[in-house]
Write a protein that binds this ligand. Structure first.
Ligand SMILES: *[C@@H]1O[C@H](CO)[C@@H](O)[C@H](O)[C@H]1NC(C)=O
Ligand SMILES: *[C@@H]1O[C@H](CO)[C@@H](O)[C@H](O)[C@H]1NC(C)=O
Ligand SMILES: *[C@@H]1O[C@H](CO)[C@@H](O)[C@H](O)[C@H]1NC(C)=O
Ligand SMILES: *[C@@H]1O[C@H](CO)[C@@H](O)[C@H](O)[C@H]1NC(C)=O
Ligand SMILES: *[C@@H]1O[C@H](CO)[C@@H](O)[C@H](O)[C@H]1NC(C)=O
Length: 483
């Protein structure tokens, strides 16, 4: 029957996952913690402290730093050139995100680069990748320079993937049990040594280990960050340890494949370094406020000292395995403008249409790649609207038993309510004062959007009336609904 088909089609519409819902329980836990600390600040260590090594080994073992001198010169040169190109082309933009249900413009300027067609969502805002060159995919960049920059970022991605694999396989051999694998050492050596290791299960577990680790380090996107502290009027103070100004507050990374690595390449443009005397280095105990640092702490733990580690230009760091689950990190601002490239294994998710247009024509600056998939998606979305309309007609006209009718309405109603709720909240996000303060080519477009009574559209934009009609049908024929 057509209605059954329509119903199942609508039922299978990807439920829109709600992102970054404000967590009140967490907030009150945080307030309690801050109260407990009161005015005294918690201790933290930097590499200047003698116990730094020991503490980081004992409590932060899943943090791995790769010094710039160990990274191939060619990578440094191309990546740094690429980042500067992207900055010169004004490809970076502040993101309009939501924190605790409030619209906020990030102090950091960002740009997502990655596998064609991938996206990454954080704090309720989904970023769409500028595709890096990939076999079998044609990408038109708005200039050759930008194409080159994306290629350099991709090469860096490949390098970080290989390095992360090596580190993890070494790690595996060190504490096999804890990670839950029986095997140890790199597969390549194992295959060579298998003369002494005839056991087949050993070998298959071994290749399973590296298959799993490969998955967890196959970065498909990198979030590029850029911030010039001298242009920021206000940056939050780090509240627990007194680590100074934060560019990014304490957080766990969201929406990544579980236990996947995040690899970060760090770079500041040297020619923009401000005069040293401004930095006031010696006056403050703890980290040097002139130098960018990454802060790390164990979540909800006030007994273990935090860490703040500085990185030199070109240094990389890896947050391995479950570090993100047990620990939180923040980025502490220095004085120079700084770039970072943060490579991730992103989860696959939905809710693209509104998110895409919410960022205006931002992605078009670099490439027209997304317009075709978005047009396709919008076409499917229109079909969904049409299907919904057909089903509503069936409900009103078909000679169904009231039991059947109720069954169908009960199934449909939550989807309509959610659709309505999302439409309202996105409308509000698009029209916020902050949104309207953005540069013209970054201003949100509320799309899909239409005026009620638009004859091209099957249903009105505002679903309120339909929803209350359906609800009342449930109520009127369902005597004890209220009990
Ligand atoms: C690896 O092994 C585990 C447990 O034996 C299994 O659950 C998992 O599906 C395997 N993964 C792969 C990629 O083969
Ligand atoms: C990071 O940790 C948070 C909090 O434990 C968790 O909600 C989130 O899913 C984690 N992300 C990944 C990629 O593991
Ligand atoms: C340096 O620190 C001292 C003492 O904290 C302060 O009085 C002074 O204004 C600072 N100078 C600069 C340039 O920030
Ligand atoms: C990044 O590199 C700059 C210099 O290029 C350095 O000052 C800064 O401390 C580094 N670390 C971080 C976390 O940004
Ligand atoms: C990224 O790669 C991982 C691992 O291969 C995969 O599970 C995930 O779906 C990919 N994410 C996207 C957004 O394609």
């Amino acid at each position: 029957m057509v209605s059954a088909f329509i119903l199942s089609a609508i039922g299978q519409e990807p439920r829109m996952k709600r992102f970054g819902k404000y967590d009140r329980a967490k907030e009150s836990k945080k307030q309690k913690l801050l109260k407990e600390i009161e005015d005294r600040k918690l201790p933290y260590l930097t590499p200047k402290d003698v116990q730094f090594e020991q503490l980081s080994k004992a409590k932060y073992p899943k943090l791995y730093i790769r010094r710039a001198s160990c990274v191939p010169q060619e990578i440094h040169q191309k990546v740094q050139q690429g980042l500067t190109t992207l900055q010169d082309c004004k490809c970076f933009a502040q993101d309009l995100v939501q924190i605790k249900e409030k619209d906020v413009l990030t102090p950091v300027y960002r740009l997502l680069v990655g596998d064609p067609g991938t996206t990454y969502c954080y704090l309720n805002t989904r970023l769409f990748t500028i595709p890096w060159p990939s076999r079998g995919v044609e990408v038109k960049y708005s200039s050759d320079e930008i194409g080159k920059a994306c290629k350099a970022i991709k090469d860096l991605n490949e390098y970080l993937h290989v390095e992360a694999m090596k580190v993890l396989l070494d790690d595996c051999s060190a504490d096999v049990e804890e990670i839950g694998f029986v095997a140890k050492a790199a597969t390549s050596t194992l295959v060579k040594d298998s003369g002494s290791m005839k056991d087949g299960t050993y070998q298959s577990k071994q290749s399973n280990t590296s298959a799993v680790l490969k998955d967890r380090t196959s970065f498909n996107v990198t979030l590029l960050n850029y911030m010039d502290p001298s242009r920021m009027k206000y940056l939050k103070e780090e509240p627990y340890f007194g680590m100074g100004k934060m560019a990014v507050s304490w957080h766990h990374d969201e929406n990544l494949v579980e236990r996947s690595t995040v690899a970060v390449y760090n770079y500041s443009c040297d020619d923009l370094v401000p005069a040293a005397d401004e930095s006031n280095t010696t006056s403050i105990k703890g980290r040097d406020p002139a130098v960018w640092h990454v802060g790390l702490k164990i979540a909800w733990d006030i007994a273990t000292p935090g860490l703040a580690f500085p990185l030199d230009p070109g240094d990389c760091y890896f947050m391995l395995d479950d570090l993100n689950m047990t620990h939180q990190h923040c980025v502490l601002s220095g004085m120079q403008p700084r770039f970072s490239s943060t490579h991730r294994v992103a989860e696959v998710e939905f809710e693209w249409l509104r998110q895409f247009w919410f960022q205006g024509k931002r992605s078009a600056k670099v490439s027209d790649w997304w317009f075709e998939p978005m047009a396709l998606l919008e076409k499917s979305w229109r079909e969904m609207e049409q299907m919904t309309k057909l089903l509503l007609c069936e409900i009103n006209e078909a000679e169904w038993s009231s039991e059947r009718k109720h069954q169908v309405i009960r199934c449909l109603l939550p989807y309509l309510e959610e659709r309505q709720e999302l439409r309202k909240s996105w409308m509000a996000r698009c029209q916020s004062r902050l949104a309207r303060s953005l540069p013209v080519d970054e201003q949100p477009e509320c799309r899909p959007h239409w005026y009620n009574g638009d004859s091209h559209m099957p249903l009105p934009f505002d679903l309120e009336e339909i929803i209350s009609l359906l609800s009342s049908q449930l109520l009127s024929e369902d005597g004890d609904v209220r009990s």
